[in-house]
Design a protein around this ligand. Structure first.
Ligand code: ADP
Ligand code: ZN
Length: 526
């Protein structure tokens, strides 16, 4: 590049007003400024935008940014304009006159950055437009959208490899916060970024303390957690359904914690108002479905709580990653129980589409369950999912209060043989609650109605509490040693793995939660 051009550091300071680069930013920027291709994996909030914005300013021509987040384009362009950067976008929300103006500005060389929606970019009209202008680089944001297995898949992303054919001399930089090796390889291959240099940032968020607790009375547990550890703090509570969001927000408010709901079923004005209050005010808790959070950049979120099990480790990582952006201590708290496993397995079984798709969902859930049930360091397990190896962290629940492992083989055999007998001898299948009643020898109406007190397994599990049995069932389900019946209804059935346990070919070590440090008050009442 000509020596007269400003250095990346100068641009960082003059245009963006920041003192110094973070992490790999400088190396990435220099590589792209010099014309190299790059694949950048960096967690959300890591500072990916500057990695293409600065090269776009440093190189002659316009930086063309492909982004699926149409809703955020206006904000991004406004923010850049405020800094004196000449930026514009092309997407379906604009009228044709505005689009024409943007196109003309591009052709006249008056744009530093041009954001384009992928479905727009791949049109012949847009290709011709680009061919007539001068391009500094292509940035492909949210590059994991090219992965057919991810939940953000965009078919148009598959067509983006055309950029390398048409503009082989223009550097391309693909960016994502999705970090598994498999996704990375898929991106490199599908976007034809084979010779790109990979920049993989650490995904560790050392200031976040990870905690996963056994679910009992979850609203009460949540309240205890907030009052006991985060009174007056700002936080996000994630729930799976709208009804639970509403219900939980109201419960917290009734107990003196200012909380607002956020989900797709609220009218747009309420949603926007709740979001902006959350961003502005201190000490507010937002209870939300996962619809909340894309593009939220509030530095002082002190906790993220999940009252339902996230569907994947990646989702969990993204959501918990919204805590502690300012680097100060923050907590990621998750409550999960037997019902979460039953419900999610059932949802997967009932989801439409190909078997392959369901298997993929199942594998994602398994990884999430593995994180919940691990007896080793949570962070180690979490980062291992992103292929990053670390030592035990000292800042998660299992490091701070190591759980015990206990031999649950016999307990597992009891429960599996109950399932087996009910099915073989009676052709019946039941859910968790009734099975536990049989094992504990509880003469309920249902037990009597079915004469289940005559089964040989009746009462053989009286030595364990109901809570302990729920733990055993949950862990069997987590390990697929027991399955939720395909018919639905949450009834339980044996799997291939169950037989190995029944035959005594397998020893099962389960996690036993450490004794709670008092403050448990009315626990046990449900
Ligand atoms: P990502 O796209 O990776 O989620 P962003 O590019 O939006 O992250 O950056 C997150 C935040 O960090 C933004 O507010 C951004 O201005 C800020 N930031 C990025 N790089 C730096 C830096 N070198 N110094 C200070 N702040 C930075
Ligand atoms: Zn740890």
């Amino acid at each position: 590049m000509p020596a007269t051009l400003e250095s990346p550091l100068d641009i960082l300071q003059r245009v963006f007003g920041y003192e110094s680069f973070r992490g790999d930013q400088q190396a990435i920027i220099e590589h792209v400024v010099e014309g190299g291709d790059a694949l950048v994996l960096m967690p959300t909030g890591g500072g990916k935008s500057l990695c293409y914005q600065i090269p776009a300013l440093a190189r002659p021509g316009t930086g063309v940014v492909v982004s699926p987040l149409i809703a955020l384009m206006q904000d991004q362009v406004d923010a850049l304009t405020e800094l004196g950067v000449r930026a514009a976008f092309l997407n379906s929300t604009q009228d044709w006159r505005t689009a024409r103006e943007v196109e003309q500005a591009f052709l006249d060389g008056e744009l530093d950055l041009l954001y384009v929606a992928p479905e727009r970019l791949v049109t012949e009209r847009c290709m011709e437009l680009l061919a007539r202008g001068h391009i500094a680089l292509f940035a492909i944001d949210e590059a994991h959208c090219v992965s057919q297995w991810g939940h953000d898949f965009r078919p148009e992303y598959l067509e983006l490899s055309i950029l390398s054919e048409r503009w082989p001399e223009v550097p391309r930089i693909a960016l994502t916060a999705t970090a598994t090796t498999a996704t990375r390889q898929e991106i490199a291959q599908r976007l034809n970024l084979v010779s790109a240099r990979h920049f993989v940032a650490s995904f560790d968020r050392p200031n976040i303390r990870y905690r996963i607790v056994e679910k009992a009375d979850v609203k009460r547990q949540l309240l205890d957690f907030i009052q006991g550890e985060h009174a007056g703090d700002c936080g996000i509570v994630y729930a799976l359904s709208r009804a639970r969001v509403e219900d939980t927000a109201e419960f917290l408010s009734q107990h003196g914690i200012p909380a607002l709901p956020y989900h797709a079923g609220l009218i747009a004005a309420t949603r926007a108002a709740n979001q902006s209050r959350f961003l502005r005010e201190d000490g507010l808790v937002i209870v939300a479905t996962i619809a909340f959070g894309m593009g939220i950049d509030k530095p002082d979120v002190r906790f993220v709580a999940h009252i339902d099990l996230p569907k994947s480790v990646e989702g969990y990582y993204q959501e918990t990653g919204r805590a502690g952006r300012d680097g100060l201590p923050a907590t990621a708290w998750l409550a999960y129980g037997l019902q979460d496993v039953v419900q999610q397995r059932r949802m997967i079984d009932e989801s439409p589409g190909e078997d392959m798709f369901r298997r993929r969902l199942g594998a994602q859930l398994d990884a999430m369950l593995g994180l919940c049930e691990t007896v080793s360091c949570r962070r180690q397990r979490l980062l291992a999912y992103f292929d990053q190896a670390i030592q035990p962290c000292g800042n998660c629940d299992t490091c701070l209060e190591p759980p015990q492992a206990w031999d649950g083989t016999v307990a597992a055999q009891k429960i599996l043989s109950a399932v087996y007998r009910l099915w073989r001898e009676r052709g019946q299948r039941f859910g968790a609650g009734h099975l536990i009643d049989i094992l504990r020898g509880k003469p309920t109406e249902r037990v009597k109605q079915y004469a289940h007190d005559e089964l040989t397994v009746y009462g053989v599990g009286a030595d364990l509490s109901e809570q302990a049995w729920r733990g055993v069932l949950r862990q069997l389900l987590a390990q697929s040693l027991l399955a939720v019946d395909h018919e639905g209804y949450g009834t339980l059935a044996l799997t291939e793995g169950s037989r190995e346990v029944l035959k005594g070919e397998r020893t099962l070590m389960f996690r036993r939660e450490p004794e709670k440090r008092s403050r448990s008050r009315s626990s046990g009442t449900r």
